[in-house]
Design a protein around this ligand. Structure first.
Ligand code: VG1
Ligand code: CO
Length: 544
């Protein structure tokens, strides 16, 4: 039994976005659709002959079918060994870790991350390269180009692979299929980074937490690490069983989709700490008692306190944040005397900086934080670093955050999302904004006066690659900023994201409510972009 060559025709919509190819499940279910894209990925891997490839996904609807297809196609394309998470499951950070540990040429990670799942929900395919990180733009462009000219794909006949049993077997084509426990290597890595004894001591002393896995991939990881290894009480992890449709929920750990956690944390019998993670386990939400921590602040606090965890005791080399992320981390970098890099949105832009040792900690306003331990953002890592810091400082989340603001000042921050816009209207809005850039400086909106405005372009300091049109930035006198960009992860219509950032040092303004502090900036941003006139929307759908 060997490989079959199947004739196919290109699809014209297989262009990866911010993080892989994301479409509705029925799009992926079209005949040859998945195979075409997988073949285009495999074709992009130089040196795949005999090499190791990691395969796994977040367990959403269609995961198992595509895992089996990926194994069968790897076998027909000369891959020597595939490492597959049991049940076809791997969180994004765990996949990144396995790629690195096992010196794989890359990994195929099946996920649409925080997007909903189920038969009518979203599915996604991401490709990670040998450093464990998301394929850089040069690679995703090559994959897309290949998907436009593909004429055939290769697939082997794989009879009876049992994805649910850990162990190794050989395919008729000679490829080894190694099914591994998806949690084990990752949990061991976490033990090397953090002071597990101190965190376990915290739980023994009566500290309580809730971790909401949102019926997504992090359930088994969080249960193994928090409940079993660290001794957090049983029931600490809720919604811990991964389900193909995430139990009908939207696995995005933000104030809208994890509102119940915010409510829980404002009650009188609130636990000390609450956290959540997204569909594929790379995002995190942190809430203390009566204290939500915005992801941008979380990045800054983690960077300022990382030295309290064993892995970062020697200090950090630098910090990187995506451009729309607030400047809170910039103040920490300046204080530590380390560089701060500002990159376009998407974790793929951090890879070269991490590989070159220029930065240790990275983060995005979209609830992603991570370090050089893998090449992806890592939800549980952020939770464990927070717990390590809480244990070392013997202070609660709210106290730590308040001291942080008092020392560094506070960047009041919000992201306003306008979802499911007409794609043409959204593109028109961005074009008009771009065209208005030269005329913006000097104009006033209420008390805010525009100082400068540009379209963010990035030159990677390590490999010199260039990325343009990465978001419109409008800077106001006094240091406030509004940023506009269109989402690259949605699957229907367009989503406009408006990011608002205003820095305050005055103690009274630090304590003020972010919505009111940002109200004037929000109004200015809406006016500058003509949001109501162009989209008919008078308010955002989601504020995070
Ligand atoms: C969003 C976030 C971005 C993140 C990306 C993938 O992209 O804004 O910060 O890297 O999702 O995260 P966009 O293009 O929709 O703004 V995940 O957890 O979906 O892998
Ligand atoms: Co994700």
């Amino acid at each position: 039994m060997s490989a079959t060559i199947v004739a196919t025709r290109p699809f014209d919509d297989q262009k990866p976005g911010t993080s892989g190819l994301r479409k509705k499940v029925p799009v992926f279910q079209q005949p040859h659709y998945v195979e075409n894209f997988l073949q285009s990925i495999l074709d992009s891997i130089a040196g795949r002959e005999g090499a190791t490839l990691v395969i796994g996904g977040d367990g959403r609807f269609y995961n198992r079918e595509v895992v089996l297809k990926a194994i069968a196609m790897a076998a027909a394309n000369g891959i020597g060994r595939v490492i597959v998470g049991r049940g076809g499951l791997l969180s994004t950070p765990a996949a990144s870790n396995l790629i690195r540990q096992r010196k794989a040429v890359g990994g195929i990670v099946l996920s649409a991350s925080h997007n909903p799942g189920g038969p009518q929900g979203d599915f996604g395919i991401k490709f990670n390269v040998a450093n464990g990180g998301p394929a850089p733009e040069g690679v995703t462009e090559a994959i897309y180009a290949q998907s436009r000219r593909i004429e055939s794909y290769r697939i082997a006949d794989l009879l009876g692979i049992d994805l649910d049993r850990v162990g190794s077997l050989s395919t008729p084509t000679g490829m080894t299929v190694e099914i591994v426990d998806p949690v084990e290597d990752y949990a061991r890595l976490m033990e090397t980074l953090f002071d597990f004894d101190a965190i376990a001591g915290l739980f023994r002393s009566g500290f309580t937490m809730v971790f909401d896995a949102m019926h997504a991939i992090t359930g088994p990881y969080a249960t193994a690490i928090l409940e079993r290894r660290l001794g957090a009480g049983p029931g600490t992890v809720i919604n811990g069983v991964p389900l193909p449709d995430f139990g009908g929920g939207h696995p995005d750990p933000n104030l809208v989709h994890a509102r119940h956690l915010l409510e829980l944390m404002s009650g009188d019998d609130a636990p000390d700490f609450a956290a959540a993670s997204d569909g594929d386990g790379d995002r995190n939400l942190i809430i203390g008692r009566r204290q939500f921590v915005s992801p941008s602040d979380s990045l800054a606090v983690l960077a300022a306190n990382a030295h309290l965890a064993p892995a970062y005791a020697g200090g950090i080399a630098g910090i990187a944040r995506s451009m729309p992320t607030s400047a809170a981390a910039d103040h920490v970098a300046a204080d530590l005397g380390v560089p701060l890099y500002e990159t376009p949105t998407g974790w793929k832009f951090f890879g070269t900086l991490l590989d070159a040792g220029l930065v240790t900690i990275c983060g995005e306003e979209s609830a992603g934080t991570g370090s050089d331990h893998v090449r992806e953002k890592d939800g549980l890592w952020a939770v464990l670093l927070w717990l390590n810091i809480v244990a070392a400082r013997r202070q609660g989340v709210a106290e730590i955050l308040r001291e942080h603001w008092a020392r560094f000042g506070r960047n009041h921050y919000q992201r306003h999302d306008y979802e499911a816009l007409d794609a043409g209207a959204a593109a028109g809005l961005m074009d008009a904004l771009r065209a208005s850039l030269p005329s913006l400086p000097g104009r006033s909106f209420g008390t805010l006066r525009v100082e400068k405005a540009d379209d963010f372009a990035y030159v990677d300091p390590v490999d010199g690659s260039e990325s343009s049109r990465q978001g419109i930035r409008v800077f106001f006198e006094g240091g406030s900023r509004a940023v506009f960009r269109l989402s690259g992860t949605g699957t229907s219509g367009a989503t406009l994201r408006v990011y608002l950032d205003r820095y305050e040092r005055d103690p009274e303004m630090i304590e003020a409510d972010s919505t009111s502090v940002l109200a004037e900036l929000a109004a200015a941003a809406a006016e500058i972009a003509g949001i109501e006139a162009r989209t008919g929307r008078t308010a955002p759908d989601v504020v995070t």
